[in-house]
Design a binder for this molecule. Sequence first.
Ligand SMILES: *[C@@H]1O[C@H](CO)[C@@H](O)[C@H](O)[C@H]1NC(C)=O
Ligand SMILES: *[C@@H]1O[C@H](CO)[C@@H](O)[C@H](O)[C@H]1NC(C)=O
Ligand SMILES: *[C@@H]1O[C@H](CO)[C@@H](O)[C@H](O)[C@H]1NC(C)=O
Ligand SMILES: *[C@@H]1O[C@H](CO)[C@@H](O)[C@H](O)[C@H]1NC(C)=O
Ligand SMILES: *[C@@H]1O[C@H](CO)[C@@H](O)[C@H](O)[C@H]1NC(C)=O
Ligand SMILES: *[C@@H]1O[C@H](CO)[C@@H](O)[C@H](O)[C@H]1NC(C)=O
Ligand SMILES: *[C@@H]1O[C@H](CO)[C@@H](O)[C@H](O)[C@H]1NC(C)=O
Ligand SMILES: *[C@@H]1O[C@H](CO)[C@@H](O)[C@H](O)[C@H]1NC(C)=O
Ligand SMILES: *[C@@H]1O[C@H](CO)[C@@H](O)[C@H](O)[C@H]1NC(C)=O
Length: 650
Amino acid sequence: MAIVLLALLLFPFADAQWQVCGNTGNYTAASTYQANLGQLSASLPKKASSNTTLFATGTAGAVPDVVYALALCRGDINASACKDCVTTGFQDAQQLCAFSKEATVFYDSCLLSFSNGNFLSTTTNGGNLLLMNSQNFTESADFIRLFLFTLLNDTAESAVNSSRRFTTARMDISSMPTMYCAVQCTPDLTADECAACLQDFPQLTLQYLDGRRGGRVLGVRCNMRYEIYPFYQGDPTLRIISLAPAVPAIGNTTPGTNVTVYPQPPLPPPAAPPAAIIPSVPAQEQRGMLSSQNRAGANRIEENALVWRIEEKSSEFTLFDLSQLLEATENFAEENRLGQGGFGPVYKGQLSDGQEIAVKRLASHSGQGFTEFRNEVELIAKLQHTNLVRLLGCCIQGEEKILVYEYLPNKSLDFFIFDESQSSLLNWYKRRAIIEGVAQGLLYLHKHSRLRVVHRDLKASNILLDQDMNPKISDFGLARIFSSNDTEGSTKRVVGTYGYMSPEYASEGIYSVKSDVFSFGVLLLEILSAKRNSGFHRYGEFLNLLGYTWHLWEEGRWLDLVEASISKEMHEAEARRYINIALMCVQENADDRPTMSDVVAALNSESVVLPEPKHPAYFNLRVSKSVESAIVAETCSLNDVTITQDPQGR
Ligand SMILES: *[C@@H]1O[C@H](CO)[C@@H](O)[C@H](O)[C@H]1NC(C)=O
Ligand SMILES: *[C@@H]1O[C@H](CO)[C@@H](O)[C@H](O)[C@H]1NC(C)=O
Ligand SMILES: *[C@@H]1O[C@H](CO)[C@@H](O)[C@H](O)[C@H]1NC(C)=O
Ligand SMILES: *[C@@H]1O[C@H](CO)[C@@H](O)[C@H](O)[C@H]1NC(C)=O
Ligand SMILES: *[C@@H]1O[C@H](CO)[C@@H](O)[C@H](O)[C@H]1NC(C)=O
Ligand SMILES: *[C@@H]1O[C@H](CO)[C@@H](O)[C@H](O)[C@H]1NC(C)=O
Ligand SMILES: *[C@@H]1O[C@H](CO)[C@@H](O)[C@H](O)[C@H]1NC(C)=O
Ligand SMILES: *[C@@H]1O[C@H](CO)[C@@H](O)[C@H](O)[C@H]1NC(C)=O
Ligand SMILES: *[C@@H]1O[C@H](CO)[C@@H](O)[C@H](O)[C@H]1NC(C)=O
């Protein structure tokens, strides 16, 4: 008797209940059946509320007076509210369905069902009660169908997957109201049973609640509700955001019309369903409801929806609201600005729970579509290493693309090493730890992360320091976002910072892990010498640190390169070894440079015999020869600014 039962009702009512009285017979006052029911009404509220899943079933008495009962509270409410709701359920049921042996009552926060038939052995709803808001969306019906289907389907899938069989969700769509949804199965169902119970919900909703600003599908085993306001407590477990094109409004509808009449489907033939729940849909409507055409249409619609879903409780990643970040940064206030990178300005912020964050507002020219951006950010979010700055989440809304990172209090490495008054705070032991940390972080990006990320803009200002002065590489992976198409490792668009760029990358746009190794070598020399490779420094007749270092290396004057304040703490052999490693990294020919694994091995072992480096790139740029090439000119004029430009002038 697999009749789909359906009733269409209008709501909202405050603290409303909806009851479905059965037709399996009546009991009489002071009967055994009533006593058994009383026994359950005394025990079940406590049993349900004391179980962490807020669910309980119970049986009282023996045939022919046996009573079966089931109580389920919405997953987000607390135990005392659950207990009150189920208690009220027993009271209401005995009033609203007086002397009926079977009754089901639904509330906002719980449901209670009892019967003289053993409905506990079934895992399907038997019948569904549909509730609908009298108000309609004013946006185009096609868009509503698209988003509603996506919201319901995703929330349902997540509920099926969750151990409690309960998920709350929130969906943000540009130019539409935010939608909220909750889906729940009784937690004793298997994932497959839960999925089967929910299977028709998206279709039922599209067909019967089409265009409504709120609706519910209620049943004993599974239920769903969506609204345009948050009706559940706490943060949603599933966040869905969408950057769909602006949703057009339907012409001619007057929002807020007080229409309260809704066509009721015809009453069902008088049949006795297992867990009776009001009228059914006639056969021809059932066919329409489940037509495969509908399904295919809905699938196609979803593929076109630009949606991003994050299950927050199962990941460390958050989708932030623009409003949240505006509040955290005081509308991107100038005084909260921490710096300006090539990819956009960075602001300090504080979330409402007190957590400090760094907010990077990406320049709009990233040239990426929503899907590419989402894919890249999801990949980057998975990169986790103690020497990488942690990506906490992001925000994408309209034109805004924002990344949210952990906030690190101690600024960046350049602040310490290039400032004489600060550099004394970093003795050699701290610098050595920083060098090792950066090498480990880079090795992870190159080798151990699943992505093989080439940073492409490693420099002192991208090395942030935590409260214990441990280094954390920032801005990793951004090159992927800004030019994710460069699978061949060659790009027309050079992203990076002059002075740190390997020659093959600066002049031909060819990059590889060896370009990062080059930048690491430059950084290593800067940490040792406390001098910038590029900039306004002059190194005798040499135009840059590389040429100067090579000159000292050839003359065996290793300690002369090292900053005076730390040279006391170093042995000559140690200075020689670090300079040797750095020079290996900055060799002109990329193939001659070591990999980061080689570098880490060399840093970790004093006994490893290092090969003699060949001369570095740019080593013979001398002041006397004046400006030799565009790169030299740029080297002198650009001071640690990440540039994104096309060297071929295209
Ligand atoms: C049960 O009682 C209701 C109302 O009191 C009545 O309408 C219904 O016919 C009764 N059902 C049976 C099976 O006796
Ligand atoms: C439980 O939730 C209700 C309704 O939200 C609230 O009024 C009550 O204070 C909560 N009780 C506890 C113990 O948290
Ligand atoms: C909402 O849409 C339904 C179906 O399209 C229509 O019958 C109903 O009158 C609309 N309600 C309002 C308040 O506009
Ligand atoms: C979600 O949609 C897909 C594709 O239409 C379907 O296979 C799946 O069963 C749906 N899941 C739920 C829980 O409705
Ligand atoms: C459900 O879980 C399975 C296995 O853990 C996973 O592959 C699938 O992507 C999950 N589905 C959703 C919608 O989260
Ligand atoms: C809670 O309910 C589940 C079934 O949903 C059951 O397996 C479990 O034993 C219950 N826990 C307690 C403490 O009663
Ligand atoms: C509802 O609509 C009817 C007919 O359009 C109108 O007479 C009535 O005043 C409206 N009521 C409210 C509360 O707006
Ligand atoms: C990637 O390259 C393809 C082919 O050159 C081009 O059609 C596409 O628009 C590019 N995508 C991005 C994000 O640049
Ligand atoms: C680093 O930050 C911590 C915590 O903010 C602070 O106590 C410490 O003085 C800072 N160290 C330096 C060298 O600025």
